[in-house]
Design a protein around this ligand. Structure first.
Ligand code: PMV
Length: 339
């Protein structure tokens, strides 16, 4: 594509929600294009949000990235953002430098999919600032290139990422299964640790695909999990969604644990909570858990049980915070810029 001189002077801000996968994505078939080995299903989380302002302007001498108030200095992080911003610029055929500032209202990189809300917000703000006219499907494909799970955050409610078959990734994008109003399932995000996780999802997935003896079993059983969770969502069958999600989460963590070297993302509080949730359930409380690549737990429950669950959690030490979420909306633009 020819690089044409183009002067853009538009500051755009977008807000996107994170999402939690009930059937997880763990393993890529193409690293560069971020194509997954399997479909995944998630819920967009209304109260875990990232706000991003972008400004493409020739008055900047170089690209500037500010995340949660700090200028990004780490080379690997700069490289990841540059690669993505260059992809956006290529779509328009420009080389204009960008200033990007982003803020999340929850701990980043601790297994709470801040990259999902981050790249979804950046995709929406960046494409608007560059005046690209993209469909939701095209936005989802673009967001996927930033972080796989970000392609699901382009949609609100209940979402499935179709892994696709094509080598160029043009059929690997998310679709909405049901809107955020379909079912008021509750998600209690229990934060047990605020620090960054030690192994990135990218590295963790690579290691698992190469070394876990159970990876083929994961792939062979994924259709079964997808079918149950999809049906459970459409029928609002809480038991089916809860049981299938918890099982899928434990399968993913078993893959991590049986990789070489072994990866254990949990801490003592994660394990304690996990065991307690199973006990509370046996005692009649309607709740299930899911955990991403980190130590924080997300409890799935119905509105009627939220207070009882919170009461139980009060008795567990070392909980840093609880964020209650419902199925959330698709990304939106905001007039309130960060700079
Ligand atoms: O999109 P990434 O690279 O942040 O990977 C996400 C991986 C999990 O959160 C563990 C699972 C998922 O499907 O979101």
């Amino acid at each position: 594509m020819n690089i044409i001189p183009y002067s853009i002077d538009m500051k755009i801000t977008a807000i996107a929600c994170s999402n939690i996968a009930l059937v997880k994505y763990w393993g890529k078939r193409d690293e560069l294009l971020k194509l997954p080995q399997n479909n995944s299903i998630s819920i967009t989380l209304n109260n875990l949000q990232t706000k991003t302002t972008v400004d493409f302007d020739n008055r900047y001498e170089e690209d500037i990235y500010i995340i949660n108030g700090k200028k990004v200095e780490q080379q690997s992080e700069i490289k990841r953002l540059n690669t993505y911003i260059n992809l956006l610029r290529q779509q328009k055929g420009v080389k204009t430098p960008v200033k990007m500032q982003t803020e999340s209202n929850f701990p980043t990189a601790a297994g709470l999919a801040s990259s999902a809300s981050g790249f979804a917000a950046l995709t929406v703000a960046g494409s608007k600032a560059l005046e690209l006219t993209l469909s939701d499907t095209e936005l989802s494909i673009l967001a996927r290139r930033g972080s796989g799970s970000a392609c699901r955050s382009i949609f609100g409610g209940f979402v499935e990422w179709k892994k696709g078959q094509k080598s160029d990734g043009s059929d690997s994008y998310a679709v909405q299964i049901a809107s955020s109003h379909h079912w008021d399932i509750q998600l209690l995000v229990i934060i047990t640790e605020l620090s960054k996780k030690s192994i990135s999802s990218t590295k963790g997935m690579q290691s698992t695909v190469k070394t876990s003896p159970f990876y083929q079993g994961w792939l062979d059983s994924i259709e079964f999990d997808l079918e149950k969770v999809r049906t459970g969502i459409l029928n609002k069958d809480f038991k089916l969604v809860g049981e299938s999600s918890e099982h899928n989460c434990l399968k993913m963590h078993s893959l991590m644990m049986t990789s070489s070297p072994s990866m254990i993302y949990w801490n003592e509080t994660t394990l304690k909570l996990l065991k307690n949730i199973q006990t509370w359930r046996a005692e009649g409380l309607n709740c299930y858990f899911t955990i991403d690549a980190g130590p924080n737990i997300i409890i799935l429950c119905l509105k009627s049980d939220v207070d009882a669950i919170k009461d139980h959690i009060q008795n567990i030490n070392n909980i840093k915070n609880i964020i209650q979420c419902s199925p959330g909306p698709a990304p939106r633009l905001s007039e309130q810029h960060l700079f």
